[in-house]
Design a binder for this molecule. Sequence first.
Ligand SMILES: Cc1ncc(COP(=O)(O)O)c(C=O)c1O
Length: 375
Amino acid sequence: MIPFNKAIYLKKAETYIGETLKSSKIAGDGKYTRLCTEWMEQRFSAKKILLTTSCTAALEMSAILLDIKPGDEVIMPSYTFVTTANAFVLRGAKAVFVDIRPDTMNIDETKIEAAITKNTKAIVVVHYAGVSCEMDRIMEIAGKYHLPVVEDAAQAVMSRYKGAACGTIGTFGCYSFHETKNYTMGEGGALLINQEEYIERAEILREKGTNRARFFRGMVDKYSWVDIGSSYLPSELNAALLYAQLEIADEINQNRLRTWEAYERGLRSLPVDLPFVPQECLHNSHMFYMKVKNYIQRQKALRYVREHGVGAVFHYVPLHSSVGGGKFGTFVGEDRYTTKESDRLIRLPMWYGISEEEVEEIVGKVSDAIERCGN
Ligand SMILES: Cc1ncc(COP(=O)(O)O)c(C=O)c1O
């Protein structure tokens, strides 16, 4: 079976992890956390970037920093990963789902305004497959109603919108360095803070509610409990793994892009819809997906390719149709595309280093599947 994902392996990572182990400084905020953070701050020009234990942790931190409380409403797409919603639901908010655009599978920016009520406290957007949402329009609406925007950029590290790095446009950006992402530390993420006023509290929150970061900078004599908080900082071992990849981030990007383009070339003559990348978006080739005719064809085609050695998968079950979504959320407006488009989607294997032959084989099997599973 050609797997759906393979975690990146770099010899350099072994060296960095070994060196960290020998130093016996394996808790968080050491040398490699600093190197990763500096690298990102240079590349992405956020006001502050904090390495976290996951994108979920960064989303939870955003919710706390925005003071989300029971009764608040948070607008987001239903077509997303569960923690986009759960991070806010954990604070007592209601998830308010709006429809997606069928071309990018991102939140439909024209549907956001109608979902805003006096209880709305934030807009959360998801840059699906590393292709940015229509941020100019979204920031304009947010500005009009004085709402913060959280960018769930779990899949969009190194993606850009009109030149700006995804994650640096809203109030906060949340990156994922999970095993399945372009750059990984096993489990991990980052919080990008784009407004100065949140930095100090974010540091406290990440360090169990203490002012430990100020203590290390020599700004207080000893550190103590000052606010609510949790443990959101990752181990140095994970940071060492990530840093080895960040050093060759452009090469990883290029390699994935070659795969993405090979899929595009190989599949474009088939009767399927392929990803659309608006002109103002530079994507990071996080994912290659295709959309077949409907749910039935999707299930048949998936079964066929999997039986023929291709580890293709699908996702997400829209949140509003899940058990949790029923309890903690509500869909506003018409579900014109969320269910229909997600039912048609198939994701193809994609990882750094997948060979041309493997991609060719996948294209061949997918082409056979579409021909045989015509519905
Ligand atoms: C859109 C989106 N948001 C959030 C997450 C959660 O990321 P993490 O596993 O780093 O918490 C994911 C993970 O797949 C994701 O795709």
